[in-house]
Design a binder for this molecule. Structure first.
Ligand code: PLP
Length: 396
């Protein structure tokens, strides 16, 4: 078992250089136990070669179970994936489209949740439609009403991020799933800005598909992620991207003599067909420990902690003339605080000035974005604001 994590304590991150790391929505630094787990797998391969792989198979089972617990879905409906984007592409390409079907997307989404759908549109001759997020920014109710108008015009699938990467707007997933189902559409969720931070209950919310890489809020390493499909939604996929590990008895030909090498073995039911070949065993090992740490803390307490941090930071930045894009509605908030700085200086200059003062943040699409996680202490906020004051003096 890894050492116990504690909210606001970064003892598990002894190598982390920035004094205040506020870019978990970009890439999280891995904790020491996460790194050790990744290293242990590489060491196992170095010592034992192929034999180590057998241990990785059982480790993958454990990781799927941990992810399923976090998402509140049965483990057999979860598969491992290399990142968010790969899963969006897989689902977009494999969905059983009919020519002329409409897929509803949103302006301002991260490209991962738009581009693969546009590619699928070219291949399957479906119609993508980009909707404005502005009604959702005004209020969830207004957004849902605008989505319903589009759904009434006909759509097979809606693709949305659980949390918008620019503004941090949290989307009303349960209500969106209900609306989609009422109008015969499926809901796909890119949840890389949510899993590991927000309490989620996918099965009871009725979300059909979900994908998330592990290098942000799960605090794993790049190169691993999770993908979920409800059994009904998985049945809407044609397994075009199946590979050698996607079939039942996939490995018999390796161990049981001649006569088992066949290409017509049945493809496994559900979403597991996406695990078609070898995976990043060290990133999956890292994910096991990363998810165990989150499980120990619980997303309820992590999200309460991060929200309290952002309340303090948002207040301090507001007093200094920064314009917050955080939702005014409680249910629209996430782990992201994006602000527009006062004055005419570019956000890149602000980020550089803050970086020199030990504050790591990000600058997506013209915003200054702060994303603390469980290791950030509430007590550090005044020092972050001191750094902001110094940067302001420099940039004035
Ligand atoms: C909303 C969103 N989706 C997808 C990605 C990309 O994820 P991945 O690199 O796991 O494909 C990002 C950020 O990197 C993101 O913010």
């Amino acid at each position: 078992m890894p050492p116990s994590p504690a909210l606001g304590d970064r003892a598990l991150f002894p190598d982390l250089a920035p004094r205040f790391y506020l870019n978990h929505g970009g890439i999280s630094p891995p904790s020491r136990p996460v790194l050790e787990a990744a290293q242990a797998v590489s060491d196992d391969f170095a010592r034992h070669g192929a034999v180590a792989f057998v241990r990785c198979l059982t480790q993958a089972e454990r990781v799927r179970a941990l992810a399923a617990r976090l998402l509140q879905v049965p483990a057999e409906h979860v598969a491992l994936a290399p990142n968010t984007t790969r899963s969006v592409s897989d689902i977009a390409l494999c969905f059983r489209w009919n020519p002329g079907d409409r897929v509803l997307l949103f302006e301002g989404e991260f490209p991962s949740n738009v581009l693969p759908w546009l590619q699928a549109a070219r291949l399957h001759r479906i119609e993508p439609r980009l909707l404005s997020l502005a009604p959702f920014h005004r209020s969830h109710d207004e957004g849902l009403a605008s989505l319903e108008r589009e759904l009434k015009a006909g759509a097979r699938l809606v693709a949305v991020s659980a949390v918008q990467f620019q503004t941090g707007l949290r989307m009303p997933l349960q209500a969106m799933a209900q609306l989609c189902h009422r109008h015969g559409a499926r809901l796909f969720v890119d949840a890389v800005q949510a899993v590991g931070l927000l309490p989620l209950a996918l099965a009871s919310w009725g979300v059909d598909y979900l994908a998330a890489g592990s290098h942000k809020w799960m605090m794993g390493l790049p190169g691993a992620g999770v993908v979920y499909a409800s059994p009904e939604a998985a049945a809407d996929l044609d397994p075009w991207t199946a590979g050698w590990l996607s079939t039942s008895d996939a490995t018999r030909f390796l161990f049981e003599g001649e006569g088992h090498l066949r290409y017509d073995r049945p493809i496994v039911p559900g979403i597991r067909f996406l695990e078609g070949g070898n995976w990043s065993t060290s990133s999956v090992a890292a994910l096991e420990v990363a998810l165990s740490l989150i499980d120990a803390l619980t997303t309820d307490s992590i999200f309460t902690h991060v929200s309290a941090y952002l309340d303090l930071l948002e207040g301090g930045l507001g007093e200094r003339g920064f314009r917050s894009e955080r939702s005014r509605e409680e249910e629209g908030r996430s782990g992201i605080l994006s602000v527009r700085p006062p004055g005419g200086r570019a956000v890149a200059e602000w980020a550089a000035a803050l970086g020199e003062r030990g504050v790591a943040c990000a600058t997506p699409d013209g915003r200054l974005r702060f994303t603390p996680h469980w290791p950030n202490a509430l007590g550090e906020v005044p020092s972050v604001l001191d750094a902001v004051d110094e940067a302001r003096g420099l940039l004035a």
